[in-house]
Design a protein around this ligand. Sequence first.
Ligand code: FAD
Length: 418
Amino acid sequence: MSQPRHVAVIGGGVIGLACAHFLRQVGLDVTVIDKGKIGKACSFRNCGFICPSHVLPLAEPGSIWPVFRSLFQPSSPFRVRPSLRMSMWRWLWQFARRCNRRDMLQSAAAIQPLLISSLKLYEELMTDGADVCEWQTKGLLFAYQSATALEQYGPANQLLTEQFNEPAQRLSGRELHDFEPGLKGDLAGAWYFEHDAHLRPERLIVWWRRELENNGVVFRENLALHGFSMKHGTVVAAECESETIEADDFVIATGAWTPLLADILGYRVPIEPGKGYSITLETAVDDPQIPVIFPEYRVAVTPMKSGLRLGSIMEFAGYDETIRNERLRLLKNGVGRFLNVDRPMEEESTWFGWRPMTTDSVPVIGRSPRHDNLFLAAGHNMLGLSMAPATGKLVAEMVTGVDVHIPVEPYGINRMLG
Ligand SMILES: Cc1cc2nc3c(=O)[nH]c(=O)nc-3n(C[C@H](O)[C@H](O)[C@H](O)COP(=O)(O)OP(=O)(O)OC[C@H]3O[C@@H](n4cnc5c(N)ncnc54)[C@H](O)[C@@H]3O)c2cc1C
């Protein structure tokens, strides 16, 4: 009997794990290689939303102005730190060009199938993992302090309803208080998306890795990819520091680090690290029970079974590893305006991650143009958790050459290489 094909997945975040899952499911041998610890990068302590509601991309008509204002406002929750890096300015220019209705709709049409398919796949996965991963299906609120801001979301809801069949229910201040008593009683109201789910991401990572290991997937930590050995356009081995890992196919799932592989790939994948923060607090009596986003302050609250997570902030500052106290304060103050009680704010943990940001909010999934057997699965922006299972399934379908369950054209790298 011939040996099953062997696939090496480079990068062990949620995207790498999802690729490993679906590759293994179709009977391939899989090794996941990570330069650090599996799942300890951006996939670790994010907000945990699995959110089909988030169809619209970051680049919308008008969204470029907050970006440019933030160059001069260090206390803005959306911040671009002035920098001399050409790649960042190129990224911003491409982003600015997409801040129009036509491009927004084009991105949304690419994002939505990944979100819908992933939610379905999570429902299957969570038949075993729900308890451990703290999986909950309570929907998601967009809550507002100001009546004007609440109303301003109306056209977006109309668009989501009419073009994407993803309507939200409008709640008045009183209805919101009855529905979610964990929020202050004087808020203007909210929009409620009932189909969204959430989980505790770091628990998902640990659970998924264990499941995969039990199914024969091999994990290699502290092993960074430095190059490929090639034979006639085919990659034959991943060169990792002191080791060479041979395989029949290779998947790059390196998140925000993907552009640093330009010398290895022969082209640069235009992804910028978009730094976000989270603070996890111990659960307190009277905490909200339903996940909430507060769009006016760009912060979010995730009530998990074993803690309350505050998250968000978007900082374009390159690969800066500093945890900035003023950013954490911004997060706490933003959320504090909405919570019902003077709850204790002692931190169980603080964390940051680099979201892999593309200019069109659409990930890069597909075959590498210069290699026969190398596949890219990166650039999942603010929705990597929400898009992971569909990405993994697509990669497995492409590697094995069967029909894809979602058309892959919108995700190809060629759209970025010009
Ligand atoms: C504050 C915050 C909140 C968020 N909330 C949500 C949310 O609620 N819902 C949601 O869907 N998404 C959310 N996100 C986004 C989500 O976390 C990311 O989109 C997702 O984690 C990206 O996954 P990834 O596997 O591509 O990257 P990562 O998890 O960063 O994994 C990439 C891995 O590649 C490895 N790697 C890199 N280079 C190499 C190399 N040369 N060799 C070997 N290994 C390498 C790294 O060590 C890393 O482990 C949030 C992000 C942040 C920051």
